[in-house]
Design a protein around this ligand. Structure first.
Ligand SMILES: [Zn+2]
Length: 140
């Protein structure tokens, strides 16, 4: 049996679910048998089980109003991560490996800073990470 932390893309609910194997999970997902225990949405994924990498991005220009919607979304995402993930800063690659190899029982995922090389190395070891632009609190 394998426990996955599932996240609902509609209501952002996070819940634990048990599967016979990772294959079983994929099978159920393919057949749309997975649903959110809160809102019944089928947009359920296990992505949050993987460690996240947050990298600061300077691509978003303060003065560009076209980015306003995107910025709002990213801000939402950022707040969500802050609430549900533990910040490990520069220790991200190290902590990600501990989670991956020791199967450390952690209720929360982690996020932090990592270089592109570190992300590449983690990927080669089978540790999937996500990179998202990180918005500073002081620019609106
Ligand atoms: Zn839901």
């Amino acid at each position: 049996m394998i426990k996955y932390k599932l996240i609902c893309n509609d209501c952002e609910n996070i819940f634990d679910s048990w599967f016979a194997s990772s294959k079983e999970f994929e099978k159920l997902k393919k057949k749309n048998f997975l649903s959110c225990i809160n809102c019944n949405s089928k947009k359920v994924d296990k992505s949050l089980m993987a460690p996240l990498v947050i990298k600061k991005s300077k691509k978003l220009n303060k003065k560009d109003n076209k980015n306003k919607d995107i910025r709002a979304k990213l801000k939402e995402y950022k707040n969500f991560i802050k609430k549900n993930f533990n910040y490990v800063g520069k220790n991200f690659a190290y902590e990600a490996r501990i989670m991956h190899y020791d199967k450390k029982k952690s209720e929360k995922g982690i996020y932090g800073d990592a270089s592109l090389d570190q992300i590449k190395e983690l990927k080669e070891e089978g540790i999937e990470t996500d990179v998202i632009p990180w918005i500073n609190d002081n620019d609106n």
